[in-house]
Write a protein that binds this ligand. Structure first.
Ligand code: MRU
Length: 376
């Protein structure tokens, strides 16, 4: 996608061929800056501090983290150590484990002197595959938007509501939830996006920023607004991303997604989830019981950051001193509230049968996955 008119991915190999560049998402939307990540520790820090965020991007960047660890020491012991360190950076998005497992599988049985090159090769492939998957998700989701546009009596835009940032910043390019939106916009279909603020980390500001860069009309709303808009017929479709989809189709995504799904159900608004297949975790079934939900620091809730009247970026506290604060980063939307899953292989039902039928190789390999690798 474009930043100031220049095509940009959200992760790239730097000219030295070994370090990677990423956009510092902690600075957006106030400042666009890139950072160079050159070591395993750089990568782990960037992921846990959310300079790098979004399930598919976390996975892709973590794969480069293994490459950097292997450059220093290509032994099995160091590989395992790096794997564990990267896996511990964020607990909820399964793409992290998927990408690390892919990179491990690419190098584990090779002699030490071939491991670095093989790891970089697989990490590059993961990036390219992500872009291709998102293109396919875009095409499949585009049909849903086209259908709504056709049914509209006027030339009013198709109103999409989205939560968090499942845009190109959260992936290598194009995004998941945003892919159908970008493709619709580029095809000349009138589309308008209601962007949830997504407290506490305000990923909605990232979504608004990237939609703005691409010229997609959008309206930024407080997190509590969606239900009201749906009651008044102002939302045609909700499309969100996800950090993990279980074998039975439960959807884990940014905190607040569940409430939007409930409101959508009550108002007959179709609620779709866009996902690349690496986001499916066939080893878990009941998302509420089994998916580890990340809890982050209290300061993310207690403080708000923004641009002050003097133009500087500033952080202020909005919670009384002494109040307890809880910061649950994700929630689970049960499959029964999901109208459909927009995948690279088509729009499918959020059911065990549909997921296993459309992704049989993933469903079957999960049964035989070594149990020692699942995080707690
Ligand atoms: O905590 P974040 O910002 O990494 O959470 C991101 C989300 O919840 C996204 O919706 C999800 O990762 C899908 S990104 C294509």
């Amino acid at each position: 996608m474009k930043v100031n008119g220049i095509s940009t991915r959200s992760v790239w190999r730097e000219p030295d061929g070994v370090s990677v560049g990423v956009i510092d998402q902690a600075l957006l939307p106030y400042r666009f800056a890139t950072i160079r990540l050159a070591t395993l520790e750089d990568i782990a820090r960037a992921i846990s501090s959310m300079q790098v965020r979004g399930a598919p991007l976390i996975g892709a960047v973590a794969a480069y983290g293994l490459c950097m660890a292997l450059r220093v020491d290509a032994s099995d012991e160091n590989l395992e150590r790096a794997y564990s360190m990267l896996l511990a950076t964020r607990p909820t998005a399964i793409n992290l484990k998927w990408a690390l497992d892919e990179a491990m599988a690419a190098v584990r049985n090779l002699p030490r002197d071939q491991r670095v090159a093989a790891a970089y090769r697989r990490a590059d492939e993961i990036c390219d595959e992500d872009v291709a998957i998102n293109q396919a998700i875009g095409q499949n989701g585009l049909r849903l938007i086209e259908d709504i546009a056709r049914r509209k009596k006027s030339d009013a835009p198709v109103n999409v509501l989205t939560h968090c940032n499942a845009g190109w910043l959260a992936t290598v390019d194009l995004g998941t939830a945003t892919a159908p939106i970008y493709l619709a916009h580029d095809a000349g279909i009138k589309v308008h996006v209601f962007v949830d603020e997504t407290r506490p980390r305000n990923q909605g500001a990232l979504t608004a920023w990237e939609l703005g860069q691409h010229g997609v009309p959008h309206t930024f709303i407080a997190d509590n607004t969606g239900g009201h808009l749906m009651q008044h017929g102002l939302v045609d479709i909700a499309i969100v991303g996800t950090d993990r989809v279980t074998a039975q189709g439960d959807v884990c995504n940014k905190i607040g997604t569940y409430l939007k799904a409930l409101a959508a159900k009550d108002n007959n608004v179709p609620f779709y989830v866009a996902l690349p297949s690496p986001t499916i975790d066939f080893t878990v079934t009941d998302g509420i019981a089994e998916i580890p939900i990340e809890q982050r620091g209290a300061e993310e809730i207690a403080n708000v950051t923004g641009r002050g009247a003097d133009g500087g970026v500033t952080t202020v506290r909005v919670v009384p001193e002494g109040s307890d604060v809880a910061n649950y980063a994700f929630d689970v939307t049960p499959a029964r509230l999901v109208s459909g899953l927009i995948t690279e292989r088509g729009v499918i039902a959020a059911t065990r049968g549909a997921l296993a039928k459309v992704f049989p190789e993933r469903a079957n390999s999960a049964k035989y996955a070594p149990s020692g690798r699942s995080e707690g």
